[in-house]
Design a protein around this ligand. Structure first.
Ligand code: KG4
Ligand code: ZN
Length: 331
Protein backbone atom coordinates (compact mmCIF):
# COMPACT_ATOMS: atom_id res chain seq x y z
CA UNK A 1 0.00 0.00 0.00
CA UNK A 2 1.34 3.42 -1.00
CA UNK A 3 0.40 6.26 1.35
CA UNK A 4 1.02 9.94 0.68
CA UNK A 5 1.66 11.72 3.99
CA UNK A 6 1.12 15.46 4.50
CA UNK A 7 2.42 17.43 7.50
CA UNK A 8 1.97 21.18 8.08
CA UNK A 9 1.38 21.51 11.83
CA UNK A 10 4.09 24.09 12.54
CA UNK A 11 6.83 25.56 10.34
CA UNK A 12 7.69 22.62 8.08
CA UNK A 13 5.78 21.94 4.88
CA UNK A 14 6.26 18.24 4.32
CA UNK A 15 5.08 15.44 2.02
CA UNK A 16 6.28 11.85 1.78
CA UNK A 17 5.43 8.57 0.13
CA UNK A 18 5.75 5.47 2.25
CA UNK A 19 5.18 1.88 1.14
CA UNK A 20 3.50 -0.49 3.61
CA UNK A 21 4.16 1.81 6.55
CA UNK A 22 7.89 1.14 6.71
CA UNK A 23 9.63 1.87 3.41
CA UNK A 24 10.18 5.55 2.64
CA UNK A 25 10.15 6.20 -1.11
CA UNK A 26 10.43 9.96 -0.69
CA UNK A 27 10.52 12.42 2.20
CA UNK A 28 10.38 16.10 1.27
CA UNK A 29 10.58 18.79 3.95
CA UNK A 30 10.51 22.47 3.13
CA UNK A 31 11.67 24.16 6.33
CA UNK A 32 10.70 27.74 7.13
CA UNK A 33 13.20 27.92 9.96
CA UNK A 34 15.33 30.62 8.30
CA UNK A 35 12.28 32.86 7.97
CA UNK A 36 11.14 32.48 11.59
CA UNK A 37 14.67 32.61 12.98
CA UNK A 38 14.78 36.40 12.59
CA UNK A 39 11.72 36.69 14.88
CA UNK A 40 13.09 34.33 17.53
CA UNK A 41 10.19 31.88 17.11
CA UNK A 42 7.43 30.78 14.75
CA UNK A 43 5.10 33.55 13.54
CA UNK A 44 1.79 31.73 12.90
CA UNK A 45 0.46 33.98 10.12
CA UNK A 46 3.71 33.80 8.16
CA UNK A 47 3.81 30.02 8.66
CA UNK A 48 0.34 29.44 7.18
CA UNK A 49 1.03 31.69 4.20
CA UNK A 50 4.26 29.83 3.44
CA UNK A 51 2.44 26.49 3.67
CA UNK A 52 -0.10 27.72 1.10
CA UNK A 53 2.75 28.74 -1.21
CA UNK A 54 4.67 25.48 -0.89
CA UNK A 55 2.23 22.62 -0.31
CA UNK A 56 1.53 21.69 -3.97
CA UNK A 57 5.19 21.96 -4.85
CA UNK A 58 6.28 19.77 -1.93
CA UNK A 59 3.64 17.11 -2.71
CA UNK A 60 4.71 17.15 -6.38
CA UNK A 61 8.33 16.73 -5.36
CA UNK A 62 7.42 13.74 -3.16
CA UNK A 63 5.75 12.03 -6.14
CA UNK A 64 8.63 12.88 -8.49
CA UNK A 65 11.32 11.69 -6.12
CA UNK A 66 9.49 8.42 -5.51
CA UNK A 67 8.91 8.15 -9.26
CA UNK A 68 5.22 7.45 -8.60
CA UNK A 69 2.20 8.73 -10.54
CA UNK A 70 -0.51 10.27 -8.36
CA UNK A 71 -2.95 7.60 -9.64
CA UNK A 72 -0.84 4.88 -8.02
CA UNK A 73 -1.31 6.32 -4.50
CA UNK A 74 -3.68 4.18 -2.39
CA UNK A 75 -4.47 6.62 0.44
CA UNK A 76 -3.62 10.01 1.93
CA UNK A 77 -2.74 10.70 5.58
CA UNK A 78 -2.52 14.21 7.01
CA UNK A 79 -1.90 15.76 10.40
CA UNK A 80 -5.07 17.31 11.93
CA UNK A 81 -3.53 18.45 15.23
CA UNK A 82 -2.08 19.53 17.55
CA UNK A 83 -0.39 22.56 16.04
CA UNK A 84 -1.02 26.04 14.68
CA UNK A 85 -4.57 26.10 13.39
CA UNK A 86 -3.85 28.09 10.22
CA UNK A 87 -0.92 25.84 9.37
CA UNK A 88 -2.83 22.62 10.07
CA UNK A 89 -5.72 23.76 7.86
CA UNK A 90 -3.48 24.09 4.80
CA UNK A 91 -2.24 20.48 4.86
CA UNK A 92 -5.55 19.06 5.98
CA UNK A 93 -7.58 20.85 3.26
CA UNK A 94 -5.02 19.88 0.64
CA UNK A 95 -5.18 16.21 1.70
CA UNK A 96 -8.99 16.09 1.86
CA UNK A 97 -9.35 17.78 -1.55
CA UNK A 98 -6.86 15.42 -3.18
CA UNK A 99 -8.50 12.38 -1.58
CA UNK A 100 -11.92 13.51 -2.84
CA UNK A 101 -10.66 14.25 -6.34
CA UNK A 102 -8.78 10.95 -6.63
CA UNK A 103 -11.46 8.90 -4.82
CA UNK A 104 -8.97 7.37 -2.40
CA UNK A 105 -9.26 7.07 1.40
CA UNK A 106 -8.16 9.85 3.70
CA UNK A 107 -7.00 9.36 7.28
CA UNK A 108 -6.34 12.11 9.85
CA UNK A 109 -3.34 11.70 12.14
CA UNK A 110 -2.50 13.09 15.57
CA UNK A 111 0.92 14.67 15.11
CA UNK A 112 2.31 13.37 18.42
CA UNK A 113 1.23 9.84 17.54
CA UNK A 114 2.91 10.36 14.18
CA UNK A 115 6.25 10.99 15.89
CA UNK A 116 6.16 7.48 17.40
CA UNK A 117 6.02 5.88 13.94
CA UNK A 118 9.44 7.28 13.04
CA UNK A 119 10.69 4.23 14.93
CA UNK A 120 8.82 1.76 12.72
CA UNK A 121 10.47 3.35 9.69
CA UNK A 122 14.00 3.19 11.10
CA UNK A 123 13.52 -0.36 12.45
CA UNK A 124 11.53 -2.41 9.91
CA UNK A 125 11.06 -5.36 12.29
CA UNK A 126 10.12 -3.37 15.39
CA UNK A 127 6.75 -4.24 16.93
CA UNK A 128 4.88 -3.23 20.12
CA UNK A 129 4.77 -3.62 23.09
CA UNK A 130 7.15 -0.76 23.60
CA UNK A 131 7.90 2.07 26.04
CA UNK A 132 7.98 5.37 24.14
CA UNK A 133 9.30 8.73 25.31
CA UNK A 134 7.81 11.45 23.08
CA UNK A 135 9.69 14.72 23.50
CA UNK A 136 8.97 17.57 21.12
CA UNK A 137 8.53 21.34 21.06
CA UNK A 138 4.95 21.04 22.26
CA UNK A 139 4.77 17.73 24.12
CA UNK A 140 6.45 15.47 26.61
CA UNK A 141 4.78 12.11 27.04
CA UNK A 142 5.83 8.81 28.47
CA UNK A 143 3.67 6.06 27.04
CA UNK A 144 3.23 2.32 26.89
CA UNK A 145 2.52 1.40 23.28
CA UNK A 146 0.57 -1.82 23.74
CA UNK A 147 -0.14 -2.34 20.06
CA UNK A 148 -0.14 -0.31 16.85
CA UNK A 149 -2.87 2.23 17.44
CA UNK A 150 -3.30 1.34 21.14
CA UNK A 151 -1.40 3.02 23.95
CA UNK A 152 -1.58 4.22 27.53
CA UNK A 153 -0.18 7.62 28.52
CA UNK A 154 1.61 7.08 31.82
CA UNK A 155 3.30 10.44 32.31
CA UNK A 156 3.39 13.93 30.88
CA UNK A 157 4.62 17.42 31.56
CA UNK A 158 2.67 19.64 33.92
CA UNK A 159 3.75 22.82 32.13
CA UNK A 160 6.35 23.45 29.41
CA UNK A 161 7.38 20.69 27.00
CA UNK A 162 11.03 19.63 27.02
CA UNK A 163 11.66 21.22 23.61
CA UNK A 164 9.93 24.41 24.70
CA UNK A 165 12.33 24.67 27.66
CA UNK A 166 15.29 24.18 25.29
CA UNK A 167 13.91 26.89 22.98
CA UNK A 168 13.21 29.40 25.77
CA UNK A 169 16.55 28.96 27.52
CA UNK A 170 18.37 29.20 24.16
CA UNK A 171 16.49 32.35 23.31
CA UNK A 172 17.53 33.94 26.60
CA UNK A 173 21.13 32.91 25.99
CA UNK A 174 20.97 34.51 22.55
CA UNK A 175 21.47 31.20 20.77
CA UNK A 176 18.59 31.70 18.29
CA UNK A 177 15.70 29.52 17.15
CA UNK A 178 15.24 26.55 17.23
CA UNK A 179 17.05 26.36 20.53
CA UNK A 180 17.44 22.60 20.99
CA UNK A 181 20.13 22.02 18.37
CA UNK A 182 21.96 25.20 19.46
CA UNK A 183 22.07 24.11 23.13
CA UNK A 184 23.08 20.60 22.09
CA UNK A 185 26.01 22.06 20.13
CA UNK A 186 27.10 24.59 22.76
CA UNK A 187 26.86 21.97 25.53
CA UNK A 188 29.49 19.84 23.81
CA UNK A 189 32.09 22.46 24.75
CA UNK A 190 30.67 23.05 28.24
CA UNK A 191 31.10 21.64 31.73
CA UNK A 192 27.81 20.03 32.78
CA UNK A 193 28.94 19.84 36.43
CA UNK A 194 29.56 23.57 36.64
CA UNK A 195 26.06 24.52 37.83
CA UNK A 196 23.46 22.44 39.64
CA UNK A 197 19.96 23.24 38.38
CA UNK A 198 16.68 21.93 39.85
CA UNK A 199 15.37 18.64 38.57
CA UNK A 200 12.41 18.38 36.17
CA UNK A 201 10.94 15.63 38.34
CA UNK A 202 7.38 16.05 39.67
CA UNK A 203 5.96 12.72 40.80
CA UNK A 204 5.79 9.16 39.47
CA UNK A 205 6.15 9.59 35.71
CA UNK A 206 5.32 13.28 35.36
CA UNK A 207 7.63 16.13 34.44
CA UNK A 208 7.84 19.88 34.95
CA UNK A 209 10.28 21.93 32.89
CA UNK A 210 9.00 25.40 33.70
CA UNK A 211 10.73 25.69 37.09
CA UNK A 212 14.01 24.45 35.65
CA UNK A 213 13.75 26.88 32.72
CA UNK A 214 13.06 29.83 35.06
CA UNK A 215 15.89 28.81 37.40
CA UNK A 216 18.38 28.86 34.51
CA UNK A 217 17.11 32.18 33.15
CA UNK A 218 17.14 33.80 36.61
CA UNK A 219 20.61 32.46 37.30
CA UNK A 220 21.98 33.94 34.06
CA UNK A 221 20.22 37.23 34.85
CA UNK A 222 21.87 37.37 38.28
CA UNK A 223 25.31 36.54 36.85
CA UNK A 224 24.90 39.33 34.29
CA UNK A 225 23.75 41.83 36.92
CA UNK A 226 26.67 41.04 39.16
CA UNK A 227 28.99 41.36 36.20
CA UNK A 228 30.34 37.89 36.86
CA UNK A 229 32.00 36.10 33.99
CA UNK A 230 30.39 32.91 32.76
CA UNK A 231 30.49 30.66 29.73
CA UNK A 232 27.24 30.07 27.83
CA UNK A 233 28.57 26.58 27.06
CA UNK A 234 28.62 25.70 30.79
CA UNK A 235 25.07 27.00 31.31
CA UNK A 236 23.87 25.03 28.25
CA UNK A 237 25.59 21.83 29.40
CA UNK A 238 24.31 22.08 33.00
CA UNK A 239 20.76 22.84 31.83
CA UNK A 240 20.81 20.01 29.29
CA UNK A 241 22.04 17.60 31.97
CA UNK A 242 19.10 18.48 34.24
CA UNK A 243 16.60 17.86 31.41
CA UNK A 244 18.21 14.63 30.23
CA UNK A 245 18.71 13.14 33.72
CA UNK A 246 14.99 13.25 34.50
CA UNK A 247 13.92 12.02 31.05
CA UNK A 248 16.29 9.06 31.23
CA UNK A 249 15.51 8.14 34.83
CA UNK A 250 11.73 8.00 34.36
CA UNK A 251 11.82 6.22 31.04
CA UNK A 252 14.12 3.48 32.30
CA UNK A 253 12.07 3.16 35.51
CA UNK A 254 8.90 2.56 33.47
CA UNK A 255 10.62 -0.08 31.38
CA UNK A 256 11.85 -1.92 34.47
CA UNK A 257 8.53 -1.68 36.29
CA UNK A 258 6.47 -2.94 33.36
CA UNK A 259 9.15 -5.41 32.31
CA UNK A 260 8.83 -4.13 28.74
CA UNK A 261 12.51 -4.19 27.86
CA UNK A 262 12.18 -2.09 24.71
CA UNK A 263 12.43 1.72 24.75
CA UNK A 264 11.89 4.00 21.76
CA UNK A 265 12.27 7.78 21.64
CA UNK A 266 10.40 10.16 19.38
CA UNK A 267 9.98 13.88 18.60
CA UNK A 268 12.43 16.69 17.92
CA UNK A 269 14.24 16.43 21.27
CA UNK A 270 14.98 12.77 20.45
CA UNK A 271 17.65 14.26 18.16
CA UNK A 272 19.51 15.46 21.27
CA UNK A 273 22.94 13.83 21.43
CA UNK A 274 23.18 13.82 25.24
CA UNK A 275 19.75 12.16 25.57
CA UNK A 276 20.77 9.49 23.06
CA UNK A 277 24.09 8.90 24.82
CA UNK A 278 22.74 8.72 28.40
CA UNK A 279 19.74 6.61 27.50
CA UNK A 280 21.94 4.25 25.57
CA UNK A 281 24.28 3.83 28.59
CA UNK A 282 21.42 3.18 31.02
CA UNK A 283 19.69 0.76 28.65
CA UNK A 284 22.90 -1.21 28.25
CA UNK A 285 23.27 -1.45 32.05
CA UNK A 286 19.74 -2.80 32.42
CA UNK A 287 19.70 -5.00 29.28
CA UNK A 288 17.01 -2.89 27.65
CA UNK A 289 16.87 -2.61 23.86
CA UNK A 290 16.93 1.04 22.76
CA UNK A 291 15.41 2.29 19.50
CA UNK A 292 16.43 5.69 18.21
CA UNK A 293 14.92 7.01 14.97
CA UNK A 294 17.15 8.43 12.22
CA UNK A 295 17.73 12.16 12.72
CA UNK A 296 15.66 13.07 9.68
CA UNK A 297 12.61 11.28 11.08
CA UNK A 298 12.93 12.79 14.58
CA UNK A 299 11.97 16.35 13.70
CA UNK A 300 8.78 17.15 11.83
CA UNK A 301 8.34 15.19 8.61
CA UNK A 302 5.55 13.56 6.61
CA UNK A 303 7.02 10.05 6.38
CA UNK A 304 6.06 9.41 10.02
CA UNK A 305 2.50 10.65 9.23
CA UNK A 306 2.22 8.32 6.21
CA UNK A 307 3.47 5.42 8.35
CA UNK A 308 0.95 6.12 11.13
CA UNK A 309 -1.73 6.38 8.40
CA UNK A 310 -0.84 2.94 7.03
CA UNK A 311 -1.18 1.27 10.43
CA UNK A 312 -4.62 2.86 10.89
CA UNK A 313 -5.78 2.04 7.37
CA UNK A 314 -4.91 -1.66 7.64
CA UNK A 315 -7.12 -1.77 10.73
CA UNK A 316 -9.95 -0.31 8.66
CA UNK A 317 -9.84 3.26 9.99
CA UNK A 318 -10.49 6.17 7.66
CA UNK A 319 -11.56 9.76 8.45
CA UNK A 320 -14.50 11.80 7.28
CA UNK A 321 -14.18 14.98 5.21
CA UNK A 322 -15.74 16.77 8.18
CA UNK A 323 -12.50 16.30 10.14
CA UNK A 324 -11.37 19.73 11.26
CA UNK A 325 -8.00 21.03 12.43
CA UNK A 326 -7.65 20.75 16.22
CA UNK A 327 -4.91 23.00 17.67
CA UNK A 328 -4.92 21.44 21.13
CA UNK A 329 -5.09 17.69 21.45
CA UNK A 330 -2.95 15.44 23.51
CA UNK A 331 -2.23 11.79 23.01
O1 KG4 B 1 9.02 17.40 16.93
P1 KG4 B 1 9.47 18.75 16.52
O2 KG4 B 1 10.22 18.92 15.24
O3 KG4 B 1 8.26 19.73 16.45
C1 KG4 B 1 7.18 19.63 17.34
O4 KG4 B 1 6.29 18.78 17.10
O5 KG4 B 1 7.23 20.37 18.34
O6 KG4 B 1 10.31 19.30 17.74
C2 KG4 B 1 10.88 20.55 17.73
C3 KG4 B 1 11.59 20.71 19.04
C4 KG4 B 1 12.11 22.12 19.25
O7 KG4 B 1 11.75 22.53 20.54
C5 KG4 B 1 13.62 21.95 19.11
O8 KG4 B 1 14.35 22.90 19.85
C6 KG4 B 1 13.81 20.54 19.63
O9 KG4 B 1 12.72 19.82 19.11
N1 KG4 B 1 15.06 19.93 19.17
C7 KG4 B 1 16.07 19.59 20.01
C8 KG4 B 1 17.14 19.11 19.20
N2 KG4 B 1 16.73 19.16 17.90
C9 KG4 B 1 15.46 19.66 17.91
N3 KG4 B 1 16.16 19.67 21.35
C10 KG4 B 1 17.31 19.28 21.92
N4 KG4 B 1 18.37 18.83 21.22
C11 KG4 B 1 18.34 18.72 19.86
N5 KG4 B 1 19.39 18.29 19.20
ZN1 ZN C 1 6.62 17.43 15.95
Amino acid sequence: MLVLGIETSCDETAAAIVKDGREVLSNIVYSQVEIHNQFGGVVPEIASRKHVEKISYVADMALKEANIEIDKIDAIAATYGPGLVGSLLVGLSFAKALSYAKKIPFVAINHIEGHIYANFITYPDLKPPLIVLVVSGGHTNLIILEDFDRYEVVGKTRDDAAGEAFDKVARYLGLGYPGGPAIDKAAKRGDEQKYKYPSADVDEYNFSFSGLKSAVINHVHVLQQRGEEFRIEDIAASFQKAVVDTLVEKTVKLSLETNIKKIAIAGGVAANSKLREELSKKCMQHHIQLYVPDFKYCTDNAAMIASAGYFKLIKGHTSSYNTNAVPYISL
